[in-house]
Design a protein. Sequence first.
Length: 166
Amino acid sequence: MMIRNAVISDAEQLMRLTQQVERESPFMMYEANERQISADKQKRMIEDLTSVENSTIFVAEVDHGLVGYLLAIGGSSNKTKHSAYIVVGILQEFQGKGIGTALFNELDRWAKGKLHRLELTVITENSAGINLYQKAGFKKEGTKKHSIYMDGKYVDEYYMSKLLEG
């Protein structure tokens, strides 16, 4: 397994990976086929996120194929540019194999000296995700009540964050 920065030539694979993660996981924001993702949109996202200092995309690669990703989307205003919102997705068959931990370790290395705060939200029923985030040093800050509607009911999300030294 290799964790590395996403590059423009990853756009097609990243598009397919994102689509598959959204098909496999009920915990992603978008459901399967809910949004139109294209290789061109992925290229623009890679360009946009890698062109600013407080944003990036990491990918996990196994046998020359992408199996996971982590986006750090930095704040755009002067008051929020010290923080980044995290989005992570890993193919189901590769979960529980240390890929999430490796992605977060790479995030920590990259963020050191750049950012002060990392943040994310997670559906309260996503125990595997919560465990990964806590293992990576994230703490629960609060609960967004009824923030997501899925499977015919409203569910809560936790706000989680990690404060970085420096």
